[in-house]
Ligand binder design. Structure first.
Ligand code: SF4
Length: 154
């Protein structure tokens, strides 16, 4: 039976997804990143959550790491407390940028190691909300399929 137009769409989507599942991006080489498409996150190892995440004061409020009262304190003081709490790794005073802490394997401390899902999804910072439309290569992400990433795990 010849393929009808309406039968081609799932076929094309299947091929596209198959390509995605065999693709492994190199985190530091944006040329290897995959063009983002809906549904990709569900089969990804959450590579984007292994990159350094820069956040600002308003994000700390969104993330409920500080309250309105503490937001009025000097940034340096806030950074010191959050560094002591091991939530923030670095603070750039000149630009008011806080870099979130990561685990030894590069995972963001808010990433669930097993599910590979964000544990503060509803409160995640703008940097994460805007990815991959804003970031190192807009529209592309460092896709690594869950299964392959697990196989290459040290
Ligand atoms: S805050 Fe959540 S979405 Fe952002 S990098 Fe961490 S785990 Fe990922």
């Amino acid at each position: 039976m010849p393929l009808k137009r309406y039968m081609l769409r799932p076929l094309v989507l299947g091929i596209a997804m198959k390509f995605s599942l065999s693709h492994i991006s190199i985190l530091d080489d944006t040329d290897t990143w995959l063009k983002y498409k809906k549904g990709l996150c569900e089969v990804c190892h959450a590579s984007c959550c292994t990159m350094p995440v820069e956040v600002w004061l308003k994000d700390l409020l969104t993330m409920q790491l500080i309250d309105e009262f503490e937001a009025g304190e000097p940034l340096k003081q806030i950074a010191k407390r959050l560094q002591q709490a091991r939530v923030v790794a670095q603070f750039n005073h000149a630009h008011g940028i806080f870099t979130l802490a990561r685990r030894a394997n590069g995972d963001c401390i808010f990433l669930d190691a097993d599910t590979r899902l964000c544990t503060i999804y509803e409160r995640r910072p703008h940097t994460c909300r805007n990815h991959p439309m804003k970031g190192p290569r807009p529209g592309f992400c460092a896709f690594r399929p869950k299964q392959k990433a697990a196989q290459t795990k040290e």
